[in-house]
Every structure is written in C-alpha cells, then in structure tokens.
Design a protein around this ligand. Structure first.
Ligand code: CUK
Ligand code: CUA
Length: 623
C-alpha cells in the first residue's frame, strides 16, 4: 500500500478518503528491503534490545497535558514524561517549594512547541525551551537532568503559541502571540479592536549561568494572529519569519470564516536590527517592557504576502529559502531570502499595512508548489539532501519534494491527519535524514481501544530508501504538536547531584540533621537514605516530626545515596504532599500543619528491599 490518497476534491472528501486507508507497517521477512540500512525487516530496523540505547531522543510536546514526552528513536519507546507547565505527583513537580514557585498560580499549560538550544545552528544538547499557549508562559528545561529550571509569564501577550524558536546561537527565543489582546491585557471593547489590540511578539533571552529566562524586548505588531515561525540560518541568520492570519482583524469567528482575505502575510524581521533599536533607545517603555511599535520605531520589519491563512513557515537548512504552507490553500510557497533582501534594499514595496512595508509578492516568491490532490499542507521538515517533507493534514500523507525544482518525489500515507512531522536534527543547518516522524492527530482504530477517545499516534518513517516507508508507530497521550529529534550522544545527563557544601538547607551527615523551632515555624533538616528518614539523629525517634497545629513547617530533605537511580520520595498521608529527592539532591517542602492528628510519612519511590519500611510519623498536636 504505497499509493497516496486517491483523488479527493474538497476537505470532507479528503478526510473520508483518508479514513479508508491503512498503511501496512507490519513487518516480517517479506517486509520490503530495498534500502541501504540493509536487508533488515522493519521489525529489525526498529528493534533496540533491552540495555541498548536508541540513536535519537524525540522531545515531543505534550500539548494541553503541559508536559514533555521523551521517546527513543527508532524503538519509539516512551522513556520519560517531564512535567513543565502542569503538576506531576510522580516527580513531586508542583509540590516542592522550587517547582511550586515555578508553577505560580497555574495548574495546567498547553505546550505546543519545544525548541532545543543551538550553537552554530546545530542542536547543542544543553537546553530545551517551550511555551504555554494556555497561560502565556515560557519555560526552559535542563537536559543534564531533564528538569524544568525556569518559567516566566509573558506579559502583554496571550497564547505564545507559534513557536518557541531560537536563533542560531540561542541569542533569543522568539514568542509570537496567537491571540491579539490590548497591551497590558486590560479591558477594551472589541469595537476598538483595530486601535487598541496588538499581537505582541516577545524576544526572550536565557541567562545560562543562573538558568533564568528574561524578556529582552517586545514588538507591538498589528492585531492579527501570529502562527508558526522559524529563525533564519547561515546567510539569513539575523532574520526570522512568522505567518499571520486574521489580517482582516475580524473579532468573531463568524467574520473570520466569512470574510477571508485573499492574502495574509509572512512577517519577516531582522532581529539584529531590533536589538540595535533597543540599544539606541528607539522604543517606548510600556507596562515595564521595552516595546517597539513598528509604525513609530520604523525599520527591520517587513510583510510578505502569502496565500490566505498560512500555517507553517520553515527555513531551509541552507538558510536560503523559507517555505510557507497554507492550511486552506493547497500549495506550498517557496520564498527567497536573497530576493527579499534585494527587494528591501530597492524598496520594492507594494504599499504598507500599519506602517509596515509590504514587499512585492512577485519579487520575493520563487515558486508555488502544488502536489496533485495533496490537501492541507501544514509543516515542512528537511533531510540531509535538502529535500522537503510536508505534512498534509487533510489528505493524511507526507509529501517529499525538492524545494529547488518543486518536483514531487514521493508520498506516503499516515494515519491520520498529521499536524507536524519531525526529521532527525530536522531544524538544524545540518539535518541527518534517516528518520521522519509524523505526529498524527487522529489514530482511529490503530491501537487497542480505550473507549470513544483514542490516543494520538506517531509514525516513524524510514527515509534511507528511494521510497519513504512507515516502519514503526507509537500511541501517545494528548497531544504532541511539535517535537524535535536530537542525536542521543549530544545529551550528557548527570547521574547524581553533586554535594553543595555551602547549601545551608542540605544535611549530608547524620550529625547535621536537626529540627529547629522559631516561633511558630518548624525547620526540619533531614536525610533520606536506604532505607530510612532521619530528621533528627539525636532524638529518641529520629524519624518523627512533631509540630503544633497551625505551625508553618519547612522540611528540607537531602538524599545522601550518591548512587545513580537511587531516588527517594517523601509523602505525608492526607496532607496532599509529595516530593522527590534524586541522588544527592536537597529539596524543600513548605506547608502549614493545619490539620491536627497523626499522619504517617513514607517514601513514595521504590528504593530498596526495605522501601516499605522507609516511613515515619508526622504528629500534629491540636491547639
Ligand atoms: S501547531 Cu499544532 S499542528 Cu501548535 Cu505547531 Cu501546527
Ligand atoms: Cu526511599 Cu523508597
């Protein structure tokens, strides 16, 4: 079954056609073996024996789960879920002091786009950035520990969807906004939409030493929706592109659906120039942010007309072109950066919108690519030969094509409705080829049924042969929007947390354990070790904490098992508390003992044959 979707005109027909289709990715000795990673069957290509490691990490966004899903490729084994914007009791995320502070007032997030840190346009394996469309935040995860290190609120913006996308040396992570809102998110009637609303884009920097995110400046773009975006590379490294829709400035969905403009725009901007403006003081200070208003602080931002309601825009690995895909238009459009630079220099403009020059479409467009009967192009990835792979949401397939000629080279059906796909090292200046994973929105009957709502599905595609071939799949929780795939040997995880000799909260020896009372505050400096808790080694019962009802309790716990994978947990029954201490780590839990009574404490993370005995009592004397 290598044919693509039969001819289907119109969206509904496309979806229906897709549903009758099912690729055969079963394997066996007869599995096709026309490609060079050998005469292997599909099963052999994806089999990674226990104990051996996968070649790639797949960092898949968890969408409205607020988490990151980490998979191994090619096995498609789910290795870990890392909480970012949502609490996770398995790791105590959102319960201990540090992560509770990170979570702030929020209990969930909608994580669409992860972005790996880059050095010279290549993933460097150090950090992963992400944004929260649900509660307008940005986060960073450290890849030595796969833990979230910082989260910031992004003011003046609502739904920094489109991308966390980073520049070639991680100078900035840019966050365009999905929803236009009044600056400061103040009340403003929708009748004043065009005047008062703005689509603010944020330039976020990362202070690696302190692992802190910071908003460097913002740009008050017109009140449109900003969708996908990508940073330039090599010759276009100082530039970035992002798609927009609703340039009609409709204020209800009815209008949006009814009065579609023929063209929307790609915003093309030079972030070096914007950075210079900030240095020159060419901005306004608004709600505590340095805000560039394009109609006033002119320069560095341009519009490129594009087929209506574009979704994805992706920069080719050589940095020479950017490719827009229209969710409602059937075509992909290839634009040339060089042509855009020339047009800007010659002021080859076709008017302006909101004070931003519009570059002549014909001056910058290189070709429109419209593979026969392919419907709903969304996102494009690249291989090591510069070939492009575009997901077709409606006709449920991946189309491989040559950006230099526009020629369609191959198509493979996927089940069903892929949003993004991700290629191995696919957003770098140097993609690996080899693998592509389709992130499918609809799995239908692909897996064992769990009722009316089915899991999403990811399908692994082998790119090494002449024909793309689906060789493996994995069900996945809702809902990966985007993912990045990085060579596993680039990531250097640590196996224990080093001792921090001057951390006043840590207790590395039994003699350091103690319970101190200051007024109505109780500070506990305890140890977790196989297989006991010691809160005060000198006490008659070292594993007991006794407080008075109403006391404020601070429990600092250090795991002194400096040994890989010996993680302890710490829960107090009925107090809705659970934290994790990884090997060598000191962690703090802070709460008020507002319920008198007797509450057992126990280690939640299985750690030894005596794990069951790793307990104690938390006694709260009534007032
Ligand atoms: S979006 Cu979901 S399919 Cu958030 Cu990248 Cu295009
Ligand atoms: Cu410590 Cu279980």
């Amino acid at each position: 079954m290598k044919n693509w979707i039969p001819a289907a005109t119109g969206l509904v027909a496309g979806v229906l056609a897709a549903t009758v289709f099912f690729a055969d990715f079963s394997s066996g000795p007869s599995g096709s073996a026309t490609n060079d990673h050998a005469n292997k069957t599909n099963a052999e290509k994806v089999y990674v024996p226990f104990g051996e490691k996968d070649e790639y990490y797949l960092m898949a966004s968890g969408g409205h789960s607020g988490q990151m899903f980490i998979y191994g490729v090619p096995s498609m084994r789910h290795i870990r879920t890392v909480p970012v914007f949502s609490p996770d009791s398995a790791t105590g995320y959102g319960f201990d002091k540090h992560t509770k502070e990170l979570m702030g007032d929020y209990n969930w997030g909608d994580l669409h786009h992860p972005a790996l840190s880059e050095t010279d346009g290549d993933y460097d394996g150090k950090y992963l950035f992400a944004t929260d469309v649900g509660n307008s935040r940005a986060a960073v995860m450290n890849l030595e520990t796969f833990t979230t290190r910082d989260i910031i609120d992004v003011p003046n913006t609502s739904g920094p969807h489109c991308a966390a996308f980073v520049t070639q040396n991680t100078e900035y992570m840019f966050l365009p906004t999905r929803f236009a809102v009044p600056i400061g998110s103040e009340y403003a009637s929708l009748d004043d939409y065009s005047e008062k609303y703005r689509g603010v884009m944020s330039a976020v920097t990362f202070d690696e030493e302190n692992e802190k995110l910071n908003i460097a400046y913002q740009v008050a773009l017109p009140p449109w929706s900003y969708d996908l975006s990508d940073a330039g590379k090599k010759m276009s490294a100082d530039w970035a592109v992002m798609t927009t829709y609703n340039t009609e400035e409709a204020t209800t969905n009815l209008e949006i659906n009814a009065s579609q403009a023929d063209r929307d725009y790609i915003v093309l901007f030079n972030w070096k120039e914007l950075e210079q403006k900030i240095q020159d003081g060419d901005y306004d200070e608004v709600t505590g942010q340095k805000m560039i208003f394009p109609e006033k602080h002119k320069g560095g931002i341009y519009l490129v007309p594009v087929a209506k309601s574009p979704h994805g825009v992706d920069v080719t690995p050589d940095g020479e072109h950017f490719i827009a895909s229209g969710k409602l238009a059937p075509a992909m459009t290839v634009f040339s950066f060089q042509k855009a630079f020339d047009a800007i220099e010659n002021e080859d403009f076709a008017g302006e919108r909101n004070g931003i020059p519009i570059i002549n479409y014909d001056s910058v467009m290189e070709r429109e690519v419209d593979p026969e009967n392919a419907l709903g192009p969304l996102h494009t990835q690249f291989d090591d030969k510069g070939m492009a792979y575009t997901t077709m949401f409606i006709s449920s397939e991946i189309v491989k094509w040559d950006p230099k000629t526009g020629e369609t080279l191959d198509r493979v059906p996927v089940q069903y409705s892929p949003g993004h796909s991700v290629a191995a090292e696919g957003d770098t200046v140097n993609p690996d080829g080899k693998y592509l994973i389709a992130l499918n929105k609809i799995a239908k009957d692909s897996y064992l049924s769990v009722g009316p709502s089915h899991p999403e599905s990811m399908q692994l595609i082998d790119l090494t042969g002449d024909k793309m071939e689906v060789i493996q799949s994995a069900p996945v929780n809702p809902e990966p929007h985007y993912a990045q795939m990085i060579k596993a040997d680039k990531i250097k995880t640590i196996s224990i947390y080093e001792k921090e000799e001057n951390n006043p909260l840590a207790a590395y020896n039994q003699e350091d354990t103690r319970i101190e009372r200051k007024g109505n505050e109780v500070h506990v400096y305890g140890i977790a070790m196989r297989s006991k808790f010691i809160f005060d080694a000198k006490a008659e019962r070292p594993d007991v904490i006794e407080v008075n009802e109403g006391d404020k309790v601070f429990i600092h716990l250090t795991n002194i098992d400096f040994d890989q994978d010996i993680t302890h947990g710490f829960a107090i029954n009925s107090y809705d508390l659970n934290m994790e201490v990884q090997p060598g780590q000191t962690n703090t839990i802070e709460f008020t003992a507002n319920k008198a009574g007797t509450y057992p404490m126990y280690c939640t993370n299985f750690c030894s044959a005596l794990h069951q005995e790793m307990t104690g009592y938390f006694l709260v004397k009534p007032k």
